[in-house]
Design a protein around this ligand. Structure first.
Ligand code: ADP
Length: 359
């Protein structure tokens, strides 16, 4: 019971089944159970028992993240934890937060809130963060799934899982269902030509079409590849709100640097504005990594500057000295490189422009 924190009933059943399979596999491997036996020998029957170690073995195999996929989370990301993206935040507030908080007002005004919102843009620019923040700020529950995991882990039961997710979402409404890397499960039909994904998309579309207006369930999906998505997904009433989450410009990078250095002691020579200038092409995730790297560089440097005893006992002097300096950032800049190329920026801009042209 202690080791299965967060498991729901169905997960425990899966664990028990897996533990039994561990026993069976072992006995078959050892040749104690084989097709030659007409009956299982009595001494082997004795061994057909699930022991503690078998449960531990099963715990390794019943992947907790696969279990968590249908679990409801309550994220704790606030709008203020996200640097830049002011327009995107505003759009999400109006499209998701308001309808969840003020369903009656929307009904009275006859405004139909979107059932689905698609966030697209380069990796690491805050799409997941935005989905979590909108859930937190709307006081909604959050169910997160990742496209690639769905395919690899839900083998043979993906439609059932999709149904289950929407059922839970309705039960726990208001709920944000977040599908990260949706392109993995919903590439245009014919590209992959795979029946499993076809059935999965159909199930997803059926569930989305069934979301009642003002029921407090909204689906937010994220992708780096909006161009390969099945167009059926983008039809009215489905993911009909497309929002570009762009690479951060200099001003946004400054804000992201501020978010990630909030709790980091900085030396006086650190100039965040200058760092924002120098980090062209860095995504939010890159900036987070940069700050972490700079802190490690600082720690290494300061450990080298002080006598071993002072470091060993984590003395006041040592802790006091732990400040990240401009030079530490410079060293970190050489190690953590930008992940967004000009080509990528152009690609998303083009997609955005074409979409607007098409209306
Ligand atoms: P995406 O879903 O777009 O790939 P994420 O939202 O998962 O990106 O971002 C990964 C990490 O990068 C976040 O947990 C956060 O620490 C950092 N990050 C990304 N964008 C921002 C941002 N705009 N402001 C602050 N942190 C950010």
């Amino acid at each position: 019971a202690e080791k299965t924190h967060g498991f729901v009933g169905a997960d425990l059943a899966a664990l028990a089944r897996e533990a039994a399979m561990v026993v069976l596999r072992r006995l078959i491997n050892e040749g104690k159970i084989s097709p030659e036996h007409e009956k299982i020998p009595p001494e082997v029957l004795q061994e057909l028992r699930v022991r503690k170690a078998d449960f531990y073995e099963a715990l390794k195999m019943v992947d907790p993240s696969a279990l968590r996929e249908v679990l409801i989370e309550m994220p704790n990301v606030r709008w203020d934890d996200i640097g830049g993206l002011e327009e995107v935040k505003q759009e999400l507030k109006e499209a998701v937060e308001w309808p969840m908080k003020y369903p009656k007002a929307f009904q009275r005004l006859g405004i139909e809130p979107p059932r689905g919102v698609l966030l697209y843009g380069p990796p690491g620019t805050g799409k997941t963060l935005l989905a979590k923040a909108v859930a937190t700020e709307s006081e909604a529950n959050f169910i997160g799934i990742r496209g690639p995991e769905v395919l690899s882990k839900w083998v043979g039961e993906s439609e059932k899982r999709v149904r289950e997710i929407f059922r839970k979402a309705r039960q726990a409404a208001p709920t944000v269902i977040f599908i990260d890397e949706i392109d993995a499960i919903a590439p245009a039909r014919g590209i992959e030509g795979d029946r499993v994904t076809d059935r999965l998309i159909n199930q997803l579309l059926t569930e989305m079409d069934g979301i009642e207006r003002n029921s407090g369930v909204v689906v937010i999906a994220a992708t780096n590849r909006p161009d390969i998505l099945d167009p059926a997904l983008l039809r009215p009433g489905r993911f009909d709100r497309l929002i570009l989450v762009p690479a951060p410009d200099e001003k946004a990078r400054l804000e992201i640097l501020r978010v990630h250095t909030k709790r980091v002691p900085l030396a006086e020579d650190v100039n965040l504005k200058e760092l924002a200038k120098k980090t062209e092409g860095y995504s939010g995730a890159d900036i987070e990594a940069l700050v972490r790297e700079a802190a490690l560089v600082a720690m290494r440097r300061i450990m080298g500057e002080l006598p071993a005893e002072v470091v060993e006992e984590e003395s006041e002097e040592f802790l006091e000295r732990l400040r990240v300096s401009r030079k530490d950032f410079e060293a970190a800049l050489k190690k953590v490189r930008p992940s967004i190329t000009p080509y990528m920026v152009e690609y998303y801009q083009n997609f955005d422009e074409n979409r607007r042209k098409r209306g």
